[in-house]
Design a protein around this ligand. Structure first.
Ligand code: UT7
Length: 401
């Protein structure tokens, strides 16, 4: 029997703090007019001191689990697409697994920059279709504010923070994720990158001084690449799924720039109304932008049952990808008070379980003579977003040597 991967839950989370274009104009040499005219962005959300990629991912995941109305212990696999993970390792997916009490899940992070969510959706769908997994949680989560150079007006105006999640479940009923297209061109890697902090340029005083842990982007090059690949990816993924462009009701593009979206709409010959756009309020949230846009479109009634959707992403790598989805969500009875209460209690239990397991490890360490575990150091500085820097633009287009 052939198996299909259906989206049965979805959720999003964004920080409360709003940073407007006017706020940015106090930090770098820019203006609301310039940002709106060149990008369409009016404001973005910025994580507060207690918010991280992990906390946003957990909130979005819990919302998706709620919509799907499942027990977190039934989740087989958790994939977090992110370029701003909680740590290099352990993965942010493991942080989510622990918080949800997803005791039977494997968990890993996926790195494909702004295309990450489409890559993760494709991976999850294939895992389900192969029969290896049945219930997979896919999350796109970012705190881009922690990796932008707040002195570089060419990039800091673009990005924002947030997370979105889908819960996918397998069934023999045709539908769900119909086709996926993933592509990469590593020759364009230097057009959009964080050069420092990897094995090539490990963290040092120099890498920090030179802002190598921040985003470097050749905006024009990325713009050209995006307008080249977006329309063709939508066409190709529709063809792979056996649909004509006219049969697509909604397009959910990566939310990078209104002009890029307009250009894709023109090339495809599709009305702009079919494109979901919320970048005016959130900016570019990288791997989180597509699931956040889907959640909002569902809440607004723009995505209706049995609509055919095309999601299309592009970004660092260079990478791009598209997914064709039949939004054949099953009508669910109202989730009972007891289900909600039990799930909330299970999250509290997950916290207790996590603390107990850490305690057991400490005791084991002493019993087996390896000594107590040393806790990791606390971050000694506030994140950059909390301490806006001097008003002095720096042209950060070329990565430092
Ligand atoms: O997820 C993928 C992420 N990346 C993208 O999608 C980015 C794609 N690229 C873009 O969206 C656009 O290239 C940008 C919005 C980044 C830049 O727009 P642009 O129309 O390509 O502007 P530009 O870089 O050619 O700059 C035009 C002028 C320059 O001044 P001069 O040399 O003409 O005097 C820039 O220095 O605008 C200046 N400029 C700014 N002015 C005010 C650049 N950034 C700013 C700014 N405010 N924030």
């Amino acid at each position: 029997m052939e198996r299909y991967a259906h989206i049965t839950g979805w959720g999003m989370a964004v920080p409360e703090r709003i940073m407007t274009n006017a706020d940015l104009a106090e930090i770098v040499d820019t203006s609301d007019e310039w940002i709106r005219a060149r990008t369409g962005i009016r404001e973005r959300r910025i994580a507060g001191p207690k918010e991280t990629t992990g906390t946003l991912a957990i909130e979005a995941a819990q919302a998706a689990v709620e919509v799907a109305d499942i027990d977190p212990a039934t989740i087989d696999l958790i994939i977090v697409a992110t370029s701003t993970p909680e740590y290099v390792f352990p993965s942010t997916a493991c942080v989510v697994q622990d918080a949800l009490g997803a005791l039977n899940a494997g968990a890993f992070d996926l790195s494909a920059a702004c295309s990450g969510f489409v890559y993760a959706l494709s991976t999850a769908s294939n895992a389900i279709r192969s029969g290896a997994h049945n219930t997979v949680l896919v999350i796109g989560a970012e705190t881009m504010s922690r990796v932008v150079n707040w002195e570089d007006r060419g990039t800091c105006i673009l990005f924002g923070d947030g997370a979105g999640a889908f819960l996918l479940q397998g069934s023999e009923q045709p539908g769900g994720v119909l086709s996926c297209l993933l592509r990469a061109d590593g020759s364009g890697g230097s057009s959009l990158m964080i050069p420092g902090g990897g094995s090539r340029a490990p963290a040092s005083f120099d890498t920090v001084r030179e802002h190598q842990h921040c985003i470097y982007m050749d905006g024009k090059e990325v713009y050209r690449f995006a307008t080249r690949v977006m329309a063709s990816a939508v066409k190709e993924v529709a063809q792979m799924g056996g649909l004509e462009l006219e049969q697509l009701q909604v397009i959910i593009p990566h939310q990078a720039n209104q002009r890029i979206i307009d250009s894709a709409a023109r090339t495809l010959g599709m009305p702009e109304e079919k494109f979901v756009v919320n970048l005016d309020r959130y900016g570019n949230t990288s791997a989180a932008s597509i699931p956040i846009a889907v959640c909002e479109a569902v809440a607004q009634g723009r995505i209706r049952p049995n609509d055919n959707l095309a999601m299309v992403g592009f970004g660092g790598g260079l990478t791009w990808g598209a997914a064709l989805v039949k939004w054949d969500v099953m009508e669910k009875a109202d989730i009972s008070f007891w289900h909600r209460a039990r799930r909330r209690a299970s999250y509290e239990m997950a916290k207790v379980r996590s603390v107990v397991r850490r305690g057991v490890r400490q005791v084991e360490g002493m019993v087996y003579g390896t000594g107590p575990l040393r806790p990791p150091p606390e971050p000694s500085q506030m994140p950059p977003a909390q301490s806006p820097p001097r008003k002095q633009p720096v042209d950060g287009k070329a990565p430092p040597k």
